[in-house]
Design a protein around this ligand. Structure first.
Ligand code: KG4
Ligand code: ZN
Length: 347
């Protein structure tokens, strides 16, 4: 694989990721330092703690990535970094380190949107990929981005061209998983914990599906309240709470909502392929259910490896590969933007 060799940094939240990616697709190194154990103690992310950990881990992670890839600074063509959306303190660490690296090694700097990174994780080449999966995703591509901070249905018509079809009107899907996990007394982060609890359980109830005004919008706060009521009911009756069964019912409701809207959007827009991205895309039930429902419509689902769904540097390197080819360059004026949006096109 040819193309630029990019050193990419991701520090928008509680993961410190540094990767070396060639041609926007082939991973030569991908190191992630996670703060999950630390935030499990507080049951969630404390922004200042996350930022201090970014500062603590950025240099060791960078060194580990360079060692893993066996890359010399002379082999690197550009430095890329997530500059938003995310937590300001966390973002600042990556952005400033990236700027310093670009200046000291006289390399171009590329700013990447974190959500764009989640989408481009679908371009990363899997070592075990079959020929079909090693082909690039085809446009128009429908992307369901489901993370701790975002839930968006994005129609991608070409590289860098995004149309927002729908999004959550309240909580993000990952946020709902995390809040419900806490409610059920499961460890942080709630997503993987709920998924594990639900794995061998049958749903204890059927939670109502939310109605939204937009055809491709989502709403999860009502579901969270329904889970709370269900748990309170058991408490009032002094009955043991069937945690696994409630987790299964919650996961079923979230997956059903995500899959239903995604299939509808794919059908209505005649897309070539559908892709998943973001931490919640690591969810086994979501991957399986969505793939099955799309198959009924003759569509295939792209899913990055679970480790490439949660925050990492490789996905930033993938997005930066395309931005590099398009001639996008940032400079020392690049700033961290906590509420950065994708450059939406109207449609
Ligand atoms: O993309 P990500 O790593 O960070 C953000 O950009 O937000 O996503 C983190 C979110 C968390 O809410 C976490 O609970 C959720 O992804 N998550 C999962 C799973 N793994 C991570 N949710 C459901 N099932 C999973 N297996
Ligand atoms: Zn993310």
């Amino acid at each position: 694989m040819s193309g630029p060799r990019i050193l990419a940094i991701e520090s928008s939240c509680d993961e410190t990721g540094v990767a070396v990616v060639v041609g926007g697709r082939r991973i030569e190194a991908n190191q992630v330092a996670t703060q999950v154990a630390l935030h499990a103690e507080t049951g969630g992310i404390v922004p200042e703690v996350a930022a201090r950990q970014q500062l603590r881990w950025i240099v060791p992670t960078l060194e580990a990535a360079l060692a893993e890839g066996g890359a010399d600074w002379g082999d690197i063509d550009a430095v890329a970094v997530t500059y938003g959306p995310g937590l300001i303190g966390s973002l600042l660490v990556g952005v400033n380190v990236a700027k310093a690296l670009a200046v000291t090694h006289d390399l171009p700097l590329i700013g990447v949107n974190h959500i764009e990174g989640h989408i481009y994780a679908n371009w990363l080449l899997d070592g075990d990929a079959t020929d079909v999966l090693s082909a690039e995703p085809e446009f128009p591509l429908l992307c369901l981005v489901v993370s701790g901070g975002h839930t968006q249905l994005v129609l991608m018509t070409a590289h860098g061209r995004y149309r927002l079809l729908g999004q959550t009107v309240d909580d993000a899907a990952g946020e709902a998983f995390d809040k419900v996990g806490r409610l059920l007394g499961l460890p942080y982060p709630g997503g993987p914990a709920i998924s594990a609890a639900a794995e061998h359980a049958s749903p204890a109830t059927r939670f109502p599906r939310a109605r939204t005004s937009g055809p491709y919008d989502f709403s999860f706060s009502g579901l969270k309240t329904a889970v709370l009521r269900e748990v309170e009911g058991y408490r009032e009756r002094a009955e043991p709470i069937p945690v696994d069964g409630i987790a299964a019912a919650f996961e079923e409701a979230v997956v059903d909502a995500l899959a239903t809207k995604t299939v509808a959007a794919a059908r209505d827009h005649g897309v070539a392929e559908v892709a998943l991205g973001g931490g919640v895309a690591a969810n086994r039930a979501l991957r399986a259910t969505l793939a099955e429902r799309l198959r009924e419509d003759g569509l295939t689902l792209r899913v990055p490896r679970p480790a490439w769904c949660t925050d990492n540097g490789a996905m930033i390197g993938a997005a930066a590969g395309f931005r590099y080819q398009a001639g996008d360059r940032a400079d020392a004026a690049l700033e961290a933007i906590p509420n950065l949006a994708l450059p939406w096109i109207e449609g």
